[in-house]
Design a protein around this ligand. Sequence first.
Ligand code: SF4
Length: 383
Amino acid sequence: MMGKTPEPVKADAHGPVTAAQSSPAFSARVVDWQRVHGRHGLPWQGTGDPYRVWLSEIMLQQTQVSTVLPYYRRFVQEFPTVHALAAADDARVMSLWAGLGYYARARNLLACARAVVKEHGGVFPQTVAALAALPGIGLSTAGAVLSLSGKGAAPILDGNVRRVFARCFGIFGHTALPAVQTQMWAIAHAELPGADDVMAYNQGLMDLGATVCVRSRPACGACPLQDICVARRENLTTVLPTPKPPPVRRTEHYELLLRTGSQGIWVEERPARGIWGGLWMVPMRLLEGHEIPDRAPDLVHELTHRRYCLYASLESGGGGGENGGNGHSPGHHPEKQGESNEGRWLPLPLSDDAPVPAALQRLMTGLTGTGINWPVPPGDAAV
Ligand code: SF4
């Protein structure tokens, strides 16, 4: 049966749209394809056990099936029920999880198992709302747990499904945007088939996204949606889904106090959080407003979300001799800088394995020989 071909639902080349389009043939195509070509025989399929489906769904977040399988088997062997997992030792669960990454998932796994036992008597609830109220379970995971364990009909909208929807229905806008999410959930609800088909349908959407409508070079020739797919028809498979927009980069300006003396250069341990956390760095001070020098920074250090403009402030002859080795920086005003003044002198030139940011090495190299009066001790010209 041929259904209505989805029209592109873009409002323009950049923004999301608001109206969902529905194809009567969409779900039937996915269901028929899954029954023949989809993935069967995965260890949690056909168990009818929400615990096992839930466990697999949490493990599969941002992780491929082939990676998950051995972890899943170890978990169900050691924790065959949600009661067993809820009673588990935290450290044991974390060690079984080691290597799967995204460790917040493991912590939520334990918290969720304990909540199911404590609040639901060890039985996973059977509504999307109650499931989604548990730690680590969102609406899509709730829909998957219900539908793939055969306990109810609910839509899913994980990353793979969002990619299929964006292409097949021609939806522009990054899939994390609330307007796009709203539109996709509307499609997910509108396309959901009857209870007899919902398991094959949801599994089929996941399988299509994972094996056919893959991120780059989708195998459109093998796709059951190929003759209703907007992206295929309009040659948009490399354009959709819309990529994440580049992050807005914030600029911060810092004064760096380069204090040198007979024992080298004074550095302080950075706080664990924030830029260069845990490394040793010369004292830094955030500059605001009129404090920002009216000149080019001595070094620009760029990260994904930040651009740091660094201005060197030079101070020579500042101790190191009578002051001994590690200790408190003479004349340094930590309260002005909002950080500890526990520090030490590092000999110059800095060794390659000095625990300082590479940016400091670059800054000092840049300052040397540029006409700036860089107060390095004799013999440090090669720094
Ligand atoms: S036809 Fe191609 S782009 Fe469209 S849903 Fe299928 S695999 Fe994805």
